[in-house]
Design a protein around this ligand. Structure first.
Ligand SMILES: Cc1ncc(COP(=O)(O)O)c(C=O)c1O
Length: 381
């Protein structure tokens, strides 16, 4: 093996974090000047901004007209937990998990809500076989496992005529992957992911069947105000028209609007998906050309195009965790890649965010640096 030379080019933007993710290309605080700061979010100007955020979300993601879209507190976690606490308990539940966040939802349902759920887990790098799932139960799963880089390839195995609800945490998928709306009853995501927005707010998207459940089912447990979506057995429609349950950050709303408008300018959902696929493709090409690194996803059909997770396979490496950490640290110190270490609960390796705000040219420029850092750490063993 030869010493890797210091690469000539650097990524223009070294931000490859899997959340909060890189801001849109060309971002500047000046883009937020229209934020109605110091005004009530219930004033016409605030309400119009919130409604615009909902409308643009629908337009770009292609959300069906009869699905509700709400802006809720607590980022993606808030949106998922609002759904779990409000909807579950009416029928049996299956929980699917193949990485850390999915496992978190299992904990919520089994340990906190104390539901006797069927739990199906797959190890990091693999996915639960959807053919084994009973979709006449309520099924909770994560579309893209951000910490394992494994995603649901498509919705083909989810029956259109299911009687249970599908509750899908799509936070690292929405805006970068196709989501089959007819197969999904609840979809959640946060602004801080694929569009590079800010934390704090979550999006909760409900199918007509999910709304029917909300209006017909009263959970056996108490619901805090922050989770309540019905009043007197009827959906609070205002929540889905921009009348948020509590006070949102109008700065974050403005930032989300700016990102949505950028998304339109790059071709909407198609353009966003193409950007992520091109970046993930650049990583895949690099991995295919080197025998000391591989994708954590065992089946390429399930390999994420946003949170691309890699592991080092060189037999000279004895302490995988220390090695991967040292590589990530070297890249960070060099200023060519920030936040690319694997998630704390995931197998050791690198995680390179390829979501739609990341420039493919930057991903391409990073690849030789990974080789450079790998060679340097091997030499130091
Ligand atoms: C799959 C998944 N679910 C939930 C979360 C939590 O998101 P938030 O911090 O926006 O609540 C994350 C964050 O990385 C995630 O990747």
């Amino acid at each position: 093996m030869t010493d890797a030379k210091t690469p000539a080019a650097r990524p223009a933007n070294p931000r490859f974090s899997s959340g909060p993710c890189a801001k849109i290309p060309g971002f500047s605080y000046d883009l937020l000047v229209d934020a109605p700061l110091g005004r009530s979010h219930r004033a016409a100007v605030g309400k119009a901004k919130l409604k615009e955020a909902i409308d643009l979300t629908r337009e770009i993601l292609g959300v069906p007209a009869d699905y509700r879209i709400g802006i809720v507190p607590g980022s993606d976690t808030g949106a998922v937990e609002m759904a779990l606490w409000s909807l579950l308990g009416a029928r049996p539940v299956e929980m699917l998990a193949w990485e850390s966040f999915g496992e978190g939802w299992v904990t919520d349902v089994v340990k906190q809500l104390k539901l006797d759920a069927t739990v199906r887990k797959a190890p990091y790098g693999e996915i639960v076989d959807f053919a084994t799932v009973d979709f006449d139960k309520d099924v909770v799963f994560t579309w893209n496992g951000t910490t394992s880089g494994v995603r649901v390839p498509n919705g083909d195995k989810i029956p259109a005529n299911r009687t249970g609800l599908t509750i899908c945490d799509a936070t690292s998928a929405a805006f970068a992957m196709d989501l089959p709306w007819d197969k999904l009853d609840v979809v959640t995501f946060s602004w801080q992911k694929v569009l590079g927005g800010e934390g704090a707010h979550g999006m909760l998207i409900l199918s007509p069947r999910a709304v029917e459940r909300l209006e017909s089912h009263t959970p056996a447990w108490p619901l805090p105000k922050i989770f309540r979506m019905t009043k007197g057995g009827k959906l609070i429609e205002g929540i889905f028209q921009g009348e948020t349950i509590n006070t949102p950050s109008m700065m974050a709303v403005e930032d989300y609007l700016v990102a949505l408008k950028w998304a339109k300018s790059v071709g909407g959902l198609k353009g966003l998906i193409a950007r992520a696929e091109a970046s993930a493709g650049a990583v895949a090409e690099f991995v295919a050309a080197h025998d000391w690194i591989e994708n954590l996803a065992k089946d390429p059909a399930t390999a994420s195009t946003t949170s691309v997770c890699l592991r080092f396979t060189d037999p000279r490496i004895t302490d995988g965790a220390a090695f991967a950490k040292a590589v990530a640290k070297r890249l960070e110190k060099e200023g060519v890649a920030l936040d690319v270490g694997a998630y704390r609960d995931a197998p050791p390796g690198l995680r390179i965010w390829c979501g739609s705000t990341v420039e493919t040219a930057d991903v391409k420029a990073l690849m030789p640096w990974i080789e450079w850092a790998f060679e340097a750490e091997i030499a130091a063993l």
